[in-house]
Ligand binder design. Structure first.
Ligand code: AMP
Ligand code: MG
Length: 349
């Protein structure tokens, strides 16, 4: 038998526990750190104790900054810039990390029959989407630069790791895959610090480490390519990456026509078959490369590629605004019948 004072204490404890649960005090707190990196705001969310979470987030950001310095197309000292500056004259030592990324890029080029092409550099700089003011080039300029592309011409060697571009004016541009690699490296830093719930969101390209709470996954919204602050779908993530390539990211209009940064390497002009492509994959490097590749390939060939690739799903908004989902994506994405309005999308949570 319980005495009344014991009963009171028990009741008080129960009340306190209920309050703690409902107030969320026994859930790990989420800490956000934001930094401008890779041309976008990178937000790192880490669950756990404040000091540990902050330090882990800062270490992840430093690691992503390191990757950006190695791979940037515009930073003069980067390995990629050195390769480009030496085109037609010299072989360049790359180190294993950059060589690995170039090899993976060439693998995607082969798998997509050149729709993904890391030698798109001469055209990227002609259009000027990544630096300075973008502009509509002349047809002659495009033809000339097309002659300086071609992924099959890249000469690589494993030991020691070197790359050679055989013609002056050729240039590598890893912009379609390097952000994914940076996200994966950042996620790896979080894991190595024991983080069990983390999310890195680089302007809507997202990698999840574990999940948000014991029973709750991370939830990420897929942006509507034509309506700011609206989402077309939501996906739950645990230890996976979701990356979107969209024609709204870097864009300008000329004579009522939209021009954007994802180029079709066959024509030298912006790819026209999609408005946005979202890819879910085991890591952000694959998701990033495939989002760009499927964007160029369009819904037909793009979905075929996704269906034949293990553990990868895609959601495509085609040029007319129709949604196409790969078989597995139909289970993964929650696509509301009507488009949902939210504030601040794509959102990390
Ligand atoms: P993303 O935003 O990941 O789709 O990457 C687009 C960026 O990749 C552009 O800003 C260019 O730097 C580069 N790029 C554009 N078109 C292609 C392409 N067809 N294949 C590979 N990289 C590309
Ligand atoms: Mg990409």
């Amino acid at each position: 038998m319980m005495r009344s004072s014991q009963r009171n204490v028990t009741a008080l404890l129960l009340l306190l526990m209920t309050c703690l649960a409902s107030c969320g005090v026994n859930r790990p707190a989420l800490h956000k750190t934001t930094r401008l990196l890779m041309g976008t705001f990178v937000e790192v969310t880490v669950a756990g104790k404040r000091q540990v979470a902050r330090e882990a987030a800062n270490a992840a950001i430093a690691e992503m900054g390191r990757v950006e310095k190695l791979t940037s197309f515009h930073t003069p000292g980067s390995v990629v810039s050195k390769i480009n500056a030496a085109a037609g004259t010299q072989t360049v030592s790359t180190g294993n990390e950059v060589l690995g990324l170039i090899q993976r890029s060439l693998g995607f080029a082969q798998a997509t029959d050149g729709a993904f092409d890391p030698t798109i550099g001469p055209l990227s700089s002609l259009w000027g989407f990544s630096a300075g003011e973008p502009r509509l080039p002349s047809a002659d300029q495009i033809r000339d630069r097309l002659g300086k592309t071609g992924w099959k011409r890249v000469q690589i060697q494993d030991q020691p790791p070197t790359v050679f571009l055989p013609e002056k004016g050729m240039a590598l541009d890893l912009g379609a895959i390097a952000k994914g690699h940076a996200l994966d490296r950042g996620a790896q830093v979080l894991r190595s610090r024991g983080v069990s719930g983390g999310l890195i969101n680089a302007g809507g390209d997202v990698v999840a480490v574990g999940q948000k709470g014991a029973k709750s996954p991370w939830k990420v919204g897929v942006r509507d390519p034509r309506t700011m602050n609206a989402i077309v779908a939501v996906i739950e993530l645990r230890d996976r990456a979701v990356v979107t390539s969209g024609d709204y990211e870097r864009t300008f209009e000329h004579d009522g026509k939209r021009y954007h940064h994802i180029l079709d390497p066959r024509t030298g002009y912006p790819a026209r078959l999609a408005q946005s492509v979202t890819v879910v994959a085991p890591n952000a490097t694959i998701a990033d490369a495939l989002a760009t590749a499927v964007f160029v390939l369009g819904p037909g060939k793009g979905l075929a590629l996704v269906e034949e690739t293990d553990d990868v799903e895609a959601l495509i908004m085609d040029h007319s605004g129709n949604l196409h989902l790969s078989t597995g994506a139909k289970r993964l994405f929650d696509v509301p019948g009507t488009r949902r309005e939210t504030d601040g999308v794509p959102s990390g949570q």
